[in-house]
Design a protein around this ligand. Sequence first.
Ligand code: V47
Ligand code: SF4
Length: 382
Amino acid sequence: MMVKPLNLSEVFKQSNLDKQLLHIAEKVQNGERLTEEEGVLLFEKGELGYLGALANYVADKLHDGKVYFNRNFHIEPTNVCVFTCNFCSYSRLYAHKDEGWELTKQQMMDIVRKYDGQPVTEVHIVGGVHPKMNLEFFCELLSDIRAHRPDLHLKGFTAVELDYMFRKAKLTTEQGMQKLNEAGLQSLPGGGAEIFHPDVRNIICPDKVDGTGWLAIHEAAHNLGMHSNATMLYGHVEKYEHRVDHMSRLRQLQDKTGGFNCFIPLKFRNKGNDMSHIAESSIVEDLRLYAIARLFMDNFRNLKAYWPMLGRQTAQLTLSFGVNDLDGTIDDTTKIYSMAGSEEQNPSLSTEELCDMIHAVGRRPVERGTLYNEIKEYALQA
Ligand code: V47
Ligand code: SF4
């Protein structure tokens, strides 16, 4: 059964709630935008039950209990990377490329062909920034996939990969994006955003595209009519102010273009990287963050919990904290999170398993396409 639209601020009034938090609850109930100061206050003072009730209220108003997933698979062309992000457990420098992998176009087409006749709707292509895999190489790959499987939505390349590819090809962002779009690229995933604020970015990933550059690449894609996702890597050295600054910058771009499909907080996992000494965030902190993202990012309809990174049990819990999307079936085609210590060592969920996870928390599983077009709602089997 869905949560009824309660008069939450009345409930909170009776519970002796801090005055500022009560004011925020009233604003949320009236659909008013929260300020950055209020965002920080929620991180400092909002306790789990309060945040969950408000985030649920907003999510249910938008989605009426629906939780989306898609049928997708990933292609990771390489883990060889010219960059050295300190949180990354996955990449290998070109000098050590023997320890990594580099797929040929043929090998990537073999992955695509494995799904012939299967009802997958999206391929997600993301990898390291290989110095020899250039724009031309990826345009050919996209055209080949498009020719082989015209019904598949092609979502690929983080702003970090794109920035490098376009600079190497000596093209402007607009020119480079246009080429990829013509070759078949339809959406961008949200990776590479990390934390935009330079005080944090200079510590965790100093050598790749900065926050302003990341936003400019997504804006260029939106201007071409493409959609994209946005992420935030949290739970390491950042302060609450940095999280709110990050979300605020995304909110501003969304006001301008409306091109973001969803927001995906990514929990820092600490195995096998140069930040392993930093403890991972607790589940309570994770749930609070999802709820605050739902309240603060008022122009993002969709909030995604990426279960291969969070683990399926925590991902399921986030469905009561404002989340309305669980990504997809994945089919054991990504290594980023298993290498960083996620409990999901071979991430794969059938549609039945995803539906069971969603039904178990009283919500309505709906299969979607990449652009959140509804494909099918799955009723609870008696
Ligand atoms: O940018 C890398 C993150 C991202 C670690 O758009 C880590 O639908 C936690 O963005 N701990 C790439 N996170 C993956 C990504 C993504 C994944 C799924 C769906 C979508 C989408 C996008 O992975 C990187 C970085 O933020 N990452 N290492 C780590 N140790
Ligand atoms: Fe390279 Fe991406 Fe890893 Fe950074 S996070 S080192 S850009 S693969």
